[in-house]
Design a protein around this ligand. Sequence first.
Ligand code: 6PG
Length: 208
Amino acid sequence: MTDPRPAEVRWAEPGDAAAVADRIAAELAKPGPKRIAVPGGSTPVKVFALLADRALDWSGVTLCLTDDRQVPDDHPASNYGKLVAALGDSGVTVERLVEGAAVAPFDLVWLGMGEDGHVASLFPHMHALIRPGPAVIATTPVPLPSEAPFPRLTLNRRALKATAEIILVITGATKKQLVERVLGGADTYPVSDFLRGFGPPVTIYWSA
Ligand code: 6PG
């Protein structure tokens, strides 16, 4: 059930990888089991390394990817492979994306964003061959994104919003300028719905 309120958006200060690691550690410190969705791509790698270096209790924590490329786990483009390599020995449970599966709500969703404003594998201006599902959809963007030219599995918008809070972690001036355009009213990007639509609060972590 999407939050019936317009998303409240704030900028974290600082917004660097250490601050993101602190936010994840704060979630782990809360009592009870936790479900956290994490993105793929390159930005998370630094945060995962920081988290792996900390003495955190990952028991009772389930990590699920927001999206993945449809490649074998040992393929360099596999988000699942990268996540397990970084945190697989921590005692965390890593939940696979399964096409057509339903997905339980999250306590925290961490979104990455491309320079085109895509989040997870929800791309703009692309014809996508989509096989719909209640939460996990298979999508083949056309054209395939140059940075990772593979068919995808991705949580859909409703699943990405089924959480108490969203953190959007971005780096570089280009992505910051795009987010500022969205906050100023640009509604044509996939990220726009998360920042200007109805849904959970969003905290933006930005670093140069
Ligand atoms: C993926 C990600 C994707 C990513 C953005 C940003 O599988 O590629 O889930 O949505 O978060 O493309 O990627 P970078 O962090 O590499 O810029």
